[in-house]
Design a protein around this ligand. Structure first.
Ligand code: 5GP
Length: 213
């Protein structure tokens, strides 16, 4: 029996307030068998309605630093004074099982992942303009005014490195955005460089004809 093809590692980033969390939740609801969303560890305090092990694994600074020391993270970064990192084990298992694994992470971590695993697909989501971003951040009411401004200033730094991503996705409506993300990923599966095994097999099979079999 043929082995299941390894999944693609996908990084999904976007400015804080871009709606990327909602897009990801919806993508997973629509295609639960195809995608797995990695759950990060963080030292940020849980927001109302967030649960340990669902949105994040909430850790103390000491616990997080122990994970770093034990090499349990694929990458980690400091973002607005908190650590965020991707646990290795889950990602590896899901990729092996043939699922496309999505890391919803910020840009420093994204670039580290790309460096370590060059065939990672990098997607960046943004609203149409900066005013919408600010309105969304204020509107969701989960952060103090000070943190909103820290996050907006982080966004302007992140914007400087967006060119290093593979695809830019404008989040106008969630529904369209989900369709677009799914179709980009499906096309990515057809990339010749991701189908080397198939191509090698075909070449071998075709050789038979040139030998007159
Ligand atoms: P939030 O505090 O809004 O949940 O997340 C803040 C930022 O950290 C977001 O841009 C989010 O994508 C990013 N983030 C979440 N998990 C990780 C992670 O494991 N690694 C890195 N590098 N960034 C993360």
């Amino acid at each position: 029996m043929s082995q299941k093809k390894r999944g693609i590692l996908i990084v999904f980033s976007g400015f804080s307030g871009s709606g990327k969390g909602t897009v990801m939740k919806e993508l997973l609801l629509c295609y639960p068998d195809r995608y797995a969303l990695s759950i990060s560890a963080t030292t940020r305090k849980p927001r109302a309605l967030e649960e340990d092990g669902r949105e994040y694994f909430f850790k103390t600074k000491e616990q997080f630093e122990e994970m770093i020391a034990k090499n349990e993270l694929i990458e980690y970064a400091l973002y607005v004074e908190n650590y965020y990192g991707t646990p290795k084990e889950y990602v590896e298992k899901q990729l092996e099982a043939g699922k496309d694994v999505i890391l919803e992470i910020e840009i420093q971590g994204a670039l580290k992942v790309k460096q370590r695993f060059p065939d990672t697909l990098l997607l960046f989501v943004t609203p149409q303009n900066a005013d919408i971003l600010k309105e969304r951040l204020i509107g969701r009411g989960t952060e103090s005014e000070e943190v909103v401004y820290q996050r907006l200033s982080q966004a302007s730094e992140e914007a400087l490195r967006v060119e290093e991503y593979d695809y830019l996705i404008i989040n106008d409506t969630i529904e369209d955005c989900v369709k677009e993300v799914h179709s980009i990923i499906q096309n990515e599966h057809r990339r010749v460089s991701r189908n080397q095994e198939f191509i090698n097999r075909m070449k071998e099979e075709l050789k038979r004809f040139s030998k007159g079999e």
